[in-house]
Structures are given as C-alpha cells and as structure tokens.
Write a protein that binds this ligand. Structure first.
Ligand code: HEM
Length: 350
C-alpha cells in the first residue's frame, strides 16, 4: 500500500459504499494497462505513486460524497425496525413486575401518546411524542406511564435514530402481537417535538364517566362507534393500580393474554359497585376479583356499543380484525408520514 493510501483513515475505508461504476471501470483499465507497461518492481515507484495518488483521490472524493449522503439521509431511514421490535419484545417479560409482563403498560403508553389527537385542529397524536414532556407526562390520565418510558429508554440509546414517537407506538404493536393479539400494520417516520407542543389536559377519557363522554372523546379523534367498541377490548390486558389511576384490579383472569375476554366478562357477569373508600368502580358479584370502570360499563348499557360488544364476545376473529384496523389508525392519527415510509407487518416472535 502506498503512503498516500495509508493516510486515509481506516474508518473511512470501512464505511465506503461501492464506488460508482465509471470509477471502477477507470481503475480496472488503468491497473491492467499498468501491469502490462510496468512490471512490479521497486524501481517503478514513480508510476505506482501516481496510481496511489489517483486512487487516494478517488477514495477520498467518494468518502466525502458518502459522508454527505449519510448526513442527508433522514434519521428514520437509518433504523433497523425489525431489530427494535425484537429488542422491545425482549423487555416484555419480568416476573417481578405486575402480572409478569410490561406489555399492558406499553400498550397504554402507545394509546395515550396517540389518543390526544384532535381531528378539527389537527393537533396532538403520536407524531411529536409530547407525552414524554411535562406538563403532559404529569396529566392525571398519564399517571404510571413513566414506568413504561423508563423501561424503553435503553432502546432509545441503542437505536438513537428512532424517534420517541416511533418507539412508543411500536412498543404498543409489540405488546399486542407478542401477547397473542393480531398483527398490526405500522409505519415509521414520526418526528419528535418539544415540550411547548404538549397537548392540553383533558383530551383522554375520564374513567368515571359514561357513553356520552366516551363518544365525545373518541369522535374528536375521528373514530366511530364500532372502532371505539373494538379499541376498548384492550382492557382484556393489564390492570388498574391504586397508585396510578386510583382504581384497582384486573378485568379478567388472564391479564397478560390478548383475548376477547373484556367482552365476555362484561356480558357474562353481574357487576356490582365495589365497597371501598376508593373511586366508584364495579366488581363481579360472584368472586369480587375482577373489575369494570364506570366507562367500561357504558359498553354494556349503551345499545349501540352493546351490539358490537355482543359480536366481539361471540367472535374473537372479528374482534381481532377490527381491533387491528382501529389500533393502526389510532397510532397514525395526525402523523404526516414521509411519502416513502414503508408499511411494516412484523412477524410475531412467539
Ligand atoms: C373508554 C376509554 C378508556 C378509559 C376510560 C380507560 C381508562 C383506563 C384506566 C383508568 C386504566 C387503569 C390505569 C392504571 O391504574 O394503571 C386503564 C388501563 C389500561 N388501558 Fe384503558 N381506558 C380506555 C381506553 C383504552 C384503550 C382505547 C386502550 C388501548 C387501545 C386501553 C388500554 C389500556 C391498558 C392495556 C391498560 C392496562 C395498563 C396496565 O396494566 O398498566 N384503554 N385504562
């Protein structure tokens, strides 16, 4: 190797993309000509020097070009999303946390990051991921979600080019799929915003209220009754925590499996007010082990919601299909995706 070549940093050589075809053709032609005309002896050093200098020039030019290309490639294109999916999946299980999985709280984070969307003003939604900033992170509805954000933070370090909006929404997709739910279509390209863009308090549903309020909140996002009834089926997963929302308990006996049990439990049980000093909620009369929020009960008492609840209780496939569509829509509310953002359907790992 000539001394000129040796001056190019090793890292530059490693990062070089394939040289352009004309440059390769020139190099091949020149070197074959050189082999014919000049035997490789130390004395032919001046010819070799010219080749070296030329090659170094081409390489250095290509290095500068590729560096420039790298800096103009948008961050979202530099991320291995299937790799992030796997890394999130590896964070789900922890026998010392809650019912043994972070899936439910990841799903709730994805939903609360997205559910602030207002279709009239086109504000909110997962795009800016303002849920990670105060004051939005401190809104009552978001109590406890720092648990999910903390758990995911090492992945932001490991994949620095992913936006928080993409990371948190993808965590919701992983939770649904890896806990046994349907495949959810997902696209990258959300761009994080600063705290000044936080959405006002009050955009997420209040669990103490009924059907009118639930409709007001979800219609504001642009959803219809069928989509709302499908989305709330996520309450098959996880539980309420007295130190977060103030409510207490799981909705069914398998809170780490994505099922249609929210609907079957809602219809099959008699629900009575829980006798305690906490906020008004319902427990199943028979065991007292499972709970429903006042807002959940609206899906049993409101006739239009109930029609969907009955359908999803009978037909888990119908629930999975409708949930997958409504949830993918939720995660995309208000996001202006780059035109060339690919649509992913990640393969479930289990
Ligand atoms: C009527 C609308 C809704 C209301 C009023 C509501 C309210 C709540 C409340 C109060 C909790 C308990 C939080 C805690 O104490 O940790 C909770 C948990 C949860 N919610 Fe909802 N929610 C609604 C809709 C949704 C939707 C649309 C999804 C997802 C698509 C969802 C997913 C979850 C999950 C997975 C949990 C369990 C979290 C955990 O175990 O940490 N919810 N919800």
């Amino acid at each position: 190797m000539s001394s000129a070549l040796r001056t190019i940093p090793r890292v530059a050589l490693r990062r070089l993309p394939a040289a352009p075809a004309p440059a390769l053709a020139f190099a091949r032609a020149y070197s074959s000509q050189r082999q014919y005309q000049m035997p490789r002896t130390r004395k032919s050093g001046s010819g070799a020097g010219v080749v070296g200098v030329l090659a170094a020039g081409v390489l250095a030019g290509w290095y500068m070009y590729s560096k420039q290309q790298d800096s103009t490639t948008p961050s979202w294109k530099k991320v291995d999303y299937a790799g992030v999916y796997k890394d999130i999946a590896a964070l789900l299980e922890d026998e010392n946390y809650d019912d043994g999985s972070y899936g439910p709280v990841f799903l709730r984070l994805a939903w609360h990051a997205s559910g602030t969307y207002d279709c009239k003003s086109h504000t909110g939604g997962s795009s800016g991921c303002t849920i990670r900033h105060a004051p939005e992170s401190e809104h009552d509805a978001n109590a406890g979600l720092e648990v999910a954000r903390r758990r995911l933070e090492p992945l932001k370090k490991k994949h620095p080019n992913i936006s928080y909006g993409d990371l948190y929404t993808l965590a919701g997709v992983v939770a649904v799929q890896e806990l046994g739910g349907p495949t959810v279509k997902w696209r990258p390209g959300r761009v994080d915003k600063q705290a000044v863009e936080c959405t006002p308090d009050g955009r997420l549903p209040d669990a103490a209220q009924g059907a009118d309020h639930v409709r007001d909140i979800f219609y504001r996002m642009g959803f219809g009754d069928q989509e709302i009834a499908a989305l709330v089926g996520a309450h098959a997963l996880g539980r309420c925590h007295t130190d977060r929302s103030g409510y207490d308990g799981p909705w069914n006996a398998s809170p780490t499996a994505f099922t249609n049990f929210f609907y079957t439990e809602l219809l099959d049980n008699t629900w009575v007010p829980k006798k305690w000093t906490g906020p008004m909620q319902f427990v199943d009369k028979q065991s007292g082990a499972f709970m429903m929020l006042p807002a959940d009960m609206a899906f049993k008492t409101d006739p239009r919601f109930r029609a969907y609840v009955e359908r999803y209780a009978r037909d888990q496939d119908a629930f999975f299909a409708d949930f997958a569509n409504a949830f993918a829509k939720l995660l995309e509310l208000g996001v202006s995706f780059p035109e060339d953002a690919p649509l992913y359907r990640f393969k479930t790992l289990d």
